[in-house]
Design a protein around this ligand. Structure first.
Ligand SMILES: Cc1cc2nc3c(=O)[nH]c(=O)nc-3n(C[C@H](O)[C@H](O)[C@H](O)COP(=O)(O)OP(=O)(O)OC[C@H]3O[C@@H](n4cnc5c(N)ncnc54)[C@H](O)[C@@H]3O)c2cc1C
Length: 276
């Protein structure tokens, strides 16, 4: 195993460019969990990002909250302003693993790990997060809602690092993050639904339902139209348009579809006059 330890962002981008198969390491919480089962990792080159100070800070501009490529869940939980303006980030972060995982795990790592059950990705997507990728070839900025194309398939070249995640600052009238798991802590989601409403419209994000975390645009149109919804089953046609639920070790496709409809219906009953 070779570990490169760049001391600046420039050095990190150079290391990624000159070692095309290198894997960046942030908190290591996803990478190291596979260590015993994946002996090929033991011969891998890693680029340890921990000394790259430029990737650490979370910062505010007039229009945006900008998370760095090394911002952890704990950085977000501790920030009072995030709690006020982006409460679903804090809610998602508090439900990720344990305090130890929250202290080490990063939002960027959650995005690149690409799990369909990624709680952090769901919250970021519901706030219209944009992924900023840098390499020695330049920069690309991709809305998170357009980042994935299949299970662990994403628009990232091997030499690119996530250096920022940008979130537009908006007034929200609805903010809901629901994670259904087998217990309240240390559980990976069986079904997750995140909903926001702002002047830019409704956002509905499903996680641990489809092969990747995704926006549900048919459900968003249904909410926008204020169509009458009298029971969870009234949401099933839109859910079926948006996602083909997965069957896996955590739950069945039928369970995911039914639970997603119920979680959405009861979550929105209080806030949507068209729900009764
Ligand atoms: C016990 C346990 C419980 C967990 N519970 C949850 C949970 O409830 N919900 C949940 O969503 N996740 C959970 N996770 C998964 C994990 O903690 C998160 O996905 C975490 O955010 C990963 O971040 P990291 O910094 O540790 O990533 P790492 O393990 O360092 O890296 C993960 C992947 O991202 C790549 N990467 C990292 N940083 C960058 C970057 N800046 N640019 C490009 N690529 C990068 C790495 O090469 C690797 O492919 C759990 C993990 C464990 C071990």
């Amino acid at each position: 195993m070779t570990v490169l330890l760049p001391g600046s962002l420039d050095e990190a981008l150079q290391a990624m460019a000159s070692h095309p198969t290198a894997l960046p390491v942030a908190g290591g919480t996803d990478l190291l969990v596979h260590w015993p089962q994946r002996p090929e990792l033991h011969r891998q080159t890693f680029v340890d990002l921990s000394a790259v100070q430029e990737l650490r800070p979370l910062r505010w501009t007039t229009d945006e909250l900008v998370l760095g490529g090394l911002t952890t869940y704990w950085d977000v939980i501790e920030d009072g302003r995030v709690r006020e303006e982006f409460p679903l980030l804090v809610e998602a972060a508090r439900q990720i693993g344990s305090i130890q995982i929250q202290a080490r795990g990063t939002w960027a790592g959650n995005i690149i790990n690409g799990s369909p059950a990624a709680d952090g990705v769901a919250a970021l997507m519901a706030y219209d997060g944009v992924v900023v990728l840098d390499s020695t070839r330049g920069r690309s900025e991709i809305p998170l809602a357009e980042f994935y194309s299949g299970y662990k398939q994403m628009r990232r070249a091997p030499d690119e690092l996530v250096t920022q995640i940008r979130l537009p600052r908006r007034e929200y009238s609805v903010q809901i993050f629901e994670k259904v798991g087998s217990r309240r802590a240390q559980a990976i989601a069986k079904v997750g639904v995140t909903v926001t409403r702002s002047a830019s419209g409704w956002r509905v994000v499903a996680h641990s339902v489809a092969p990747f975390v995704c926006r549900c645009t048919a459900l968003e149109r249904c909410l926008e139209s204020e169509a009458s919804v009298g029971s969870p089953d009234d949401l099933l046609p839109a859910i079926r348009e948006d996602v083909s639920p997965i069957d896996d070790l955590r739950s069945s496709a039928a369970y995911r579809e039914r639970v997603m409809a119920r979680v959405l219906y009861y979550g929105l009953l209080e806030v949507c006059p068209s729900f009764h």
